[in-house]
Design a protein around this ligand. Structure first.
Ligand code: C2E
Ligand code: MG
Ligand code: MG
Length: 591
């Protein structure tokens, strides 16, 4: 319908002339309590403001009281000046400023707020600019959720120390400094002796208190510029930069041993904790950060083997003993040849009606000596040794074969999907999309029934290359999911840049539901943002009824977790078809 026809339709039933209608619309807009609309003259004085503006920015002053005032009467000087400059630019250029994120600092001690403001030129009938007008939206909740997300992604929640992601980033930076002639880099891998046993004999809170205190002591023992990180459990790492010689790091190790080994006083009881420390030091700027960490870990085990409460420095003997991954390479090749790898499938359910919506394929290794090995133990090594393509090719091929077989069954829902994890390393392979296409075609699978799960950290590392890869995959018609969302560097803004269909909220958020109100806010913000971008939201790692209920309430679309179903063998998957009851009642099946 053209605009004239629409206008006629509008005008007739309402019975208003155009100017009357415009005025009515304007009155409603300005009277709406939630809308912050303002009009200003050429000197940035308020000409007209909406009711919402009076309430929020005007601290309850009436429209009349605000007329003629400027931002300098309402906000801190810095913010007011920036706003004034923006408006003068709009007036000068006639160009709008769209959705600018601004921090509002009030001069009456109110907490800061974040707003997104769009400013446009205000023109008279002849088109001359006579001022500006704008609309602003309070986005404080979204910004706070982003900050919390960043904090959570880069820090250990218990101690506030850096986490593994941050440590590895700082380690890479420190190695670059070697190149600039700033000394050596050392790592202390600190593991508490017998903590697990001691932790079992005291309350969970007491165990946490010890960890927090150890963290505090480590920070105090370190120099400015060093990084103290917690990797999880009772494992800490100290990164020391700019060391003059190997003695410096030995000195640090001794200081750390002493600091940790001092008595803890708790409820009139003395508690002594000791540590085993593995030390590695390098002057090689090209050293591989993960290899350094592994070396420090190995040296730490030597210290443990020597009875604990001591440190060991990684040396040539340990290096020779490691036989760098050759054992692993041969083992993995045999596993691929002899069919020792196999897949389990973890069901996913719609949180709306409880229907089985698909499965995630999870690889397992039936090792002839070690028994069942989980992917956390061999995927990182396969990545490091350049064998991950072969592992992931096997998984995709097997998952497609299985799906083709399932699809023939009457019981298989038409929209049933199989999700397959892709290693982050694959995203730098320009032939990835072609490999995926050929596997899917070989098995005659509908591409939309395959979902590829990509990890967020990998995507953000090299967004340019990864984004190209993501686009190529998405053209194939397969679904793409962003896995473990919230554990990498990514911000909500990255979501807009990547063309993915599904977002999987990492289980670390899900598992804190019920413990901290903050996680509710974060999940709500992530879900709202993902929905606004047309993405489906999956919550991973649901283990309790409370988590399930909350996630449904917060608008998550799909759920996965031990409460609903554990990973199962292919023949058990359709046993979950009528599992709506499982959403109400814990009924974990499988292994
Ligand atoms: P992921 O992709 O996030 O897979 C989910 C992991 O969480 C699985 O562990 C699953 O068993 C576990 N899980 C599911 N529900 C719960 C729950 O309620 N509580 C707890 N505590 N855990 C739950 P799994 O099988 O050990 O896999 C670990 C990771 O290894 C996967 O994380 C994925 O990143 C990687 N992986 C698994 N299979 C493959 C594969 O074929 N290729 C690649 N590249 N990576 C894989
Ligand atoms: Mg996954
Ligand atoms: Mg995951």
């Amino acid at each position: 319908m053209d605009i004239r026809a629409l206008w006629t339709r509008l005008r007739t039933p309402v019975g208003l002339r155009r100017w009357e209608l415009e005025r009515t619309c304007m009155r409603n807009l300005l009277g709406a309590p939630a809308e912050r609309v303002f009009f200003k003259d050429l000197e940035s004085r308020f000409l007209l403001v909406s009711r919402g503006f009076c309430v929020d920015q005007g601290r309850g002053r009436s429209v009349d009281e605000l007329l003629g005032k400027t931002d300098f009467d309402l906000f801190g000087r810095e913010h007011a000046l920036a706003a004034f400059e923006d408006e003068q630019r709009v007036i000068r250029t006639g160009e709008p400023i769209v959705a600018k994120l601004e921090r509002e600092i009030f001069d009456d001690g109110r907490p800061d707020a974040w707003v997104s403001t769009t400013k446009m030129p205000l023109r008279d009938k002849k088109g001359h600019v006579i001022g500006t007008f704008g609309v602003s939206r309070d986005v404080t909740a979204q910004v706070r959720a982003e900050e919390a997300l960043a904090q959570q992604a880069l820090h250990d929640q218990l101690t506030g120390l850096a986490n593994r992601v941050t440590l590895m980033d700082r380690l890479s930076q420190a190695l670059v400094e070697i190149e600039r002639g700033r000394g050596r880099v050392g790592l202390l891998f600190v593991d508490l002796d017998n903590f697990k046993r001691a932790n079992g004999s005291v309350s969970h809170e007491a165990g946490d208190e010890v960890l927090v205190e150890v963290a505090r002591r480590l920070v105090r023992a370190c120099r400015r510029g060093d990084t103290v990180a917690r990797l999880g459990g009772d494992e800490f790492v100290v990164l020391c930069r700019a060391l003059r010689d190997d003695d410096d790091i030995r000195l640090m190790a001794t200081r750390v041993l002493r600091a940790v080994g001092r008595k803890f006083r708790r409820d009139d009881n003395d508690l002594t904790v000791t540590a085993s420390i593995g030390v590695v030091v390098t002057a090689d700027a090209t050293a591989d950060p993960s290899r350094l960490l592994q070396d420090a870990d190995m040296a730490m085990h030597e210290a443990k083997g020597a009875g604990g409460d001591c440190f060991r420095v990684f040396d040539d003997v340990m290096n020779a003993r490691r036989a760098p991954g050759h054992g692993f390479d041969a083992d993995m090749r045999r596993a691929l040849d002899k069919g020792e790898l196999f897949l389990m499938y973890q069901p996913l359910f719609s949180l709306d009606d409880g229907a089985l919506s698909g499965v995630e394929a999870l690889v397992r290794w039936q090792h002839p000596q070690d028994g069942l090995v989980l992917p956390g133990r061999f995927i990182p090594l396969a990545e490091e040794r350049g064998l991950i393509d072969e592992v992931d090719d096997f998984v995709l091929d097997e998952a497609c074969r299985q799906l083709a077989e399932w699809a023939k069954r009457e019981a298989c829902p038409a929209t049933f999907t199989v999700a397959v994890n892709l290693s982050g390393r694959q995203l730098s392979d320009p032939k990835l999309a072609e490999r995926v296409r050929s596997t899917i075609t070989r098995h005659g699978i509908e591409p939309s029934r395959i979902c590829l799960e990509l990890t967020e950290t990998a995507l953000v590392g090299e967004l340019g290359e990864a984004a190209r890869c993501v686009t190529a995959l998405s053209r194939l018609g397969v679904k793409l999911a962003l896995d473990d969302f919230g554990t990498g560097y990514s911000t909500l803004v990255h979501l807009q840049l990547l063309d993915t269909d599904i977002l999987k909220i990492d289980r670390s958020f899900v598992q804190q539901i019920g413990e901290s109100g903050r996680d509710h806010e974060i999940i709500a913000a992530i879900t709202a943002m993902a929905h606004a971008l047309g993405m489906t939201v999956v919550a991973e790692g649901i283990e309790t009824d409370i988590q399930l209920g909350e996630l449904s309430r917060l608008g998550c679309d799909v759920g996965q977790g031990f409460l609903l179903a554990r990973p199962v063998s292919p023949d058990k998957v359709f046993g979950h078809l009528a599992t709506f009851a499982a959403l109400q009642r814990p009924a974990a099946v499988g292994c």
